[in-house]
Each structure stands twice: as C-alpha cells, then as structure tokens.
Write a protein that binds this ligand. Structure first.
Ligand code: CP
Ligand code: NVA
Length: 305
C-alpha cells in the first residue's frame, strides 16, 4: 500500500481494485467500520473553496470514530505565515494524516516529502485523484465491468481530466477527450496515461470535436470551463468553450444508454444544460455520494494501524 495519495498512480493497479472492493464493503456495511479509525485525526488544509471534499472527508472520518480538523485559507497561510516544511513537521507530531487542497501541485509533493504521516491530495491545479476514485466506482456500479468501456470528456484539459485519464487507463478503459486546441491537457500526463492504457488494453484519444469524442461513449463527462483560480478568465473562456456545452443534442451522439457525469459544482447553462444534469441518465449525485464511501476506504487504507 502507498504511503501517500498525491495522484492516482500512487496506487498499484491491484491496490486500486482492492480500494474499490473496500469502498463497496464500507458503503454496504458502514457499521462494521464505526470504530476503525477511533482516536485518529485528519488535518484538512483548504486553500480553495469546497463543498463535497470538505464534507465527505470530515463526515467520513467521523463515521469511523475519528475527527477531521478544517484549516481554511486564513488559518495556516501555507508558505506565508510559515514554511511548508515547518507546517508538515508540526502536523506530523499531532495528526495521523493530512488532506490538502491547494493550487500548485508541487505543494502537495512538498508536503508529502516533509511529512511523516500520509498526505492525501484533495485537489491541486494538476490532479483531483479522490474524484476519479469516486467516479469510476460510480460508473462501475451502473455499468458493471469497466475494462473496454468508453468515457468521453468534453471541455477543459484540466485537473479532473488528468486524473480520469490516468485512472481510466489503469482500469483498461478507452478515454476520448475533446478540448479547444488552446486548452489541451498536460502532454506528459497524457503520455503517461497512454502508456498505461496500452498495457491494460485501453486507449487515450484526444481531439477538438465534442461529437467525435462522445461517439460510442458509455459515459459523457464535463466540468466547469473556469476552474478555481481561473475566475478572471471566466468571460474569455465562455467564448472559447461555447461549442463544448454538453446538451441533449450532444448526449444523443453517445451510446443510447450513456450516462452523464460531472464532478460538481456545475455551472448550469454553461458547460451543461439543466435538461442533461437533471435527466434520468445523469449520475452526478451518485458520484457525489460515493466521494464519501471511496474516501472512507482511502483513509482506512492509509491510516488504519
Ligand atoms: N467535486 C468536488 O471536489 O467538489 P468540491 O469542490 O465542492 O469539494
Ligand atoms: N476543475 C475544477 C474541479 C472542481 C471540483 C476546479 O479545479 O475548480
């Protein structure tokens, strides 16, 4: 088992499947884990806003007998009030794991390097690995075996796409993404995903046409056009991404029983229409629910004595 969870590939492929098995058990029998993390503490550092990540980590550890401590942007002021090294050294003396949501991914790696306790990435500008765990667990609940299935991404080449591509590749899936040519994903991450997919019998295909990406897809996934930290670009991005909206007409180009997925929060009327996000084929709230179960399994994996 890994010491940290900075990106999906910190897990081996067998460990990823074990984590899904544990997620299933935790979801089915939460009572069996009521004291599994008794007396354990998770520090939760948030340099960006959050609904899902904050509530699911804090509720998750509470349900297993431990506690989460929320540290907001005004509290520790990463690197301003105190160095990353000193924060990691202090927290390591008190708590049993550190979850961190921040901007630069190097801060997650730095925290992991200087910390004696497990570090969990709760979203960086580059990755959102906890999201990918919940998402593929959810898709598996709805479609069964994931290997050979196709997930289409429409929108920005961002942190969520990076984590979905790596995780989907590890699961032997086909990931097809359409982004504007100006907002493609990180090439090194996609090459890593491509190499893993090749080994696992899946594939990674990038293009610039939403219709091309969604053709034959079992699920269509999108995310906001301007991520946290990019608010000043929001107006410009609305123009650039105008053709990348997931609406009913685009969903019709996927497989007839395709699911719609979104990490949330959704900007309704921008990257997705109400009719899609509220449709029977939308599984966005199942994804949100499973953040809780998947992260409980992750905390058990990293924090259980
Ligand atoms: N999907 C997600 O991470 O949501 P929050 O930003 O609300 O935590
Ligand atoms: N790409 C989005 C995901 C939010 C959960 C962001 O980083 O803001």
């Amino acid at each position: 088992m890994p010491r940290h969870f900075r990106k999906v590939t910190d897990l081996s492929i067998p460990a990823l499947h074990e984590l899904f098995d544990l997620t299933r058990e935790v979801k089915r029998h939460p009572d069996r884990f009521g004291r599994a993390l008794e007396g354990r503490t998770l520090a939760m550092i948030f340099e960006k806003p959050s609904l899902r990540t904050r509530v699911t980590f804090q509720t998750g550890i509470f349900q297993m007998g431990g506690q989460g401590i929320y540290l907001g942007p005004a509290d520790i002021q990463l690197g301003k009030r105190e160095s990353l090294f000193d924060i990691a050294a202090n927290l390591s003396r008190w708590v049993d794991a550190i979850m961190i949501r921040t901007f630069g991914h190097h801060l997650i790696d730095g925290m992991a390097e200087h910390s004696d306790v497990p570090v969990i990435n709760g979203l960086s500008d580059k990755f959102h690995p906890c999201q990918a765990l919940a998402d593929f667990f959810t898709l598996q609940e709805h479609t069964g075996k994931l290997a050979g299935k196709t997930l289409a991404w429409v929108g920005d080449g961002n942190n969520v796409l990076h984590s979905l591509a790596l995780c989907g590749a590890m699961l032997g899936m086909h990931i097809r993404y359409a982004t504007p040519s100006t907002h493609v994903p990180d090439e090194a991450v996609m090459n890593e995903a491509r190499a893993i997919a090749k080994e696992m019998g899946g594939s990674i295909h990038g293009c610039f046409e939403p219709a091309e990406a969604v053709a034959g897809a079992h699920a269509v996934y999108t995310d906001v056009w301007a991520s946290m930290g990019q608010e000043s670009e929001a107006d410009e991005r609305k123009q650039i991404f105008a053709e990348f909206q997931v609406n009913a007409a685009l969903m019709q180009k996927a497989l007839p029983d395709a699911f719609f997925m979104h990490c949330l929060p959704a900007h309704r009327g921008e990257e997705v229409t109400d009719e899609v996000v509220d449709a029977g084929y939308s599984i966005v709230f199942d994804q949100a629910e499973n953040r809780l179960h998947a992260q409980k399994a992750l905390m058990l994996t990293l924090m259980r004595r």
